[in-house]
Design a protein around this ligand. Structure first.
Ligand SMILES: *Cc1c(COP(=O)(O)O)cnc(C)c1O
Length: 463
């Protein structure tokens, strides 16, 4: 399968090169040239498969030619066997026809494990075959860093450097990163904020000369392979709830638009999906665009659902590419314009976006009420991101006969502040495999807020 850039000027690549590429050379994002499409009969025949078996069916067309079937199967089996629940992505019922899908049963308790576990394995496989070593650099305010480290800790051909803002991530999140002890894992606590970390990573990608010829690889959500891995659980939920004969709706706590974009792809691949709900916190640029056709950046609001605190959603460009009839040149102009100015798109294009998505924005106050109510009614503890999804699902739902599934993107134990603010006096407990997290040895280096210092550290420590 070939992959093309959303801005139309970069060369088309094979899967293997997309895996290593990050941004396209024209500044765009890679998308498949054509999507695999499954018939209803084919999807129906997958009922009863295990998660790993289903994952193979859904994803293999994307990697075919780059990774042999038997290798790919082994990777998937091993990864999803490492999840804590035998169903991998179990459904929990909250109300009549209303569900949450628990995507936090992986090693770091957030849905990002689904993709980053696989990404680490695929990178390692490809790099070994090429006899190449790479450096991964990433900035994190929490979930991505730990999931990336867990995904790469056993990869011989990767050195991973994750920057987090010193003293500005929660204890659980820091420990999930810094207690992974390995020769190839480096945690840098930068004396600055998350934006400083992100800027230094960006600048390092733009000029990689400090690495003396070694290559940097991106594991942030613009990496195509991450989106690919997230398509699978939409199929899984649907098949459990009577699909494909019956269509299902999804509400997705959204930041960078990666997770919900995977749902959009699942629908385009033939899965009957009724509504796709973009659920945001106060950082609601997507909700404003979908409701008013105004794309306008605001300053960042810090909320109790920090993994959705964004100013722009990087993966939204992938949807815009389709809304622009896959005209890369036109999209490149739009993106250039939106860099500096607010704007709208032609009415008919915006209307098609509205047919594809519903949206809702939820305040911290309302989110806390939802956590509290759900705890009282269901004896079930939602994490703050998931609570936003549940509220958005209820506000936008059009047909009560269609099952509504909210993606539960993180375990509540990762966000104790929100749980406390919601008035829950019983703090959530760490799952068994992490119960000794607070006793584990930590390893990280505090580093001054300077690009030169960070790059010197990376150059010195990479193997
Ligand atoms: C990353 C993250 C999100 C947002 O996902 P996107 O793919 O960026 O839209 C939502 N919830 C949690 C807990 C996350 O870690």
């Amino acid at each position: 399968m070939k992959y093309i850039s959303t801005r139309g000027q970069a060369p088309a690549l094979e899967f293997e090169d997309v895996l290593l590429a990050g941004l396209a050379s024209d500044g765009g994002l890679y998308v498949p040239e054509t999507l695999p499409r499954f018939t209803q009969e084919e999807i129906a025949s997958w009922a009863g498969l295990t998660y790993a078996e289903l994952a193979f069916k859904v994803m293999f067309p994307f990697v075919e030619g780059a990774i042999p079937a038997n290798e790919f199967e082994t990777m998937i089996n091993e990864i999803y066997a490492g999840f804590e629940h035998p169903a991998v992505a179990p459904l929990v019922q909250l109300n009549s026809n209303e569900w949450v899908m628990e995507l936090f049963r992986g090693p770091t308790l957030a849905f990002k494990d689904f993709a980053l576990q696989l990404l680490g394995r695929m990178l390692d496989f490809v790099l070994k075959r090429r006899d190449e070593r790479v450096v991964i650099m990433g900035a994190t305010s929490g979930d991505t860093g730990s999931a990336a480290i867990e995904g790469c800790r056993h990869c011989d051909n990767i050195d991973i450097f994750i920057l987090h803002p010193y003293k500005r991530v929660s204890d659980v999140q820091r420990k999930q990163m810094t207690t992974v002890i390995g020769d190839n894992v480096f945690n840098l606590a930068v004396e600055g904020n998350f934006d400083d970390c992100q800027r230094m990573v960006k600048e390092s990608f733009a000029d990689q000369s400090f690495l003396n010829g070694s290559r940097l690889v991106a594991v942030n959500s613009i990496n195509w392979a991450r989106i690919m891995a997230q398509i699978v659980y939409y199929f899984s939920a649907s098949l459990s709830l009577g699909g494909p004969a019956r269509s299902v709706s999804f509400s997705v706590p959204t930041g960078n638009f990666g997770d919900i974009f995977a749902g959009y792809l699942a629908r385009n691949m033939g899965l009957p999906i009724n509504q796709l709900v973009v659920a945001t916190n106060r950082n609601d640029i997507l909700h404003r665009f979908i409701s008013n056709n105004r794309y306008e950046m605001e300053s960042l609001h810090h909320t109790l659902s920090p993994s959705m605190d964004i100013m722009v959603s990087s993966n939204f460009e992938r949807l815009l590419f389709d809304l622009y009839g896959r005209d890369g040149k036109a999209l490149a102009e739009l993106m250039e314009h939106w860099k500096t100015d607010a704007g709208s798109i032609e009415e008919y294009r915006w209307k098609s976006a509205r047919r594809l998505f519903d949206s809702w924005a939820v305040s911290d106050e309302r989110m806390c009420e939802v956590i509290k109510d759900t705890y009282q009614v269901n004896e079930y503890l939602l994490d703050p991101h998931t609570a936003i999804g549940v509220e958005a699902a209820r506000k936008t739902r059009r047909d009560m006969r269609v099952p509504m599934v909210t993606l539960a993107t993180a375990h509540p134990v990762k966000f104790p502040e929100a749980i406390e603010k919601a008035g829950i006096d019983q703090p959530p407990e760490l799952p068994h495999h992490l119960s000794d997290l607070f006793e584990r040895e930590e390893r990280y280096d505090v580093i001054e807020n300077s690009l030169a210092a960070v790059q010197a550290y990376v150059a010195e420590h990479r193997r």
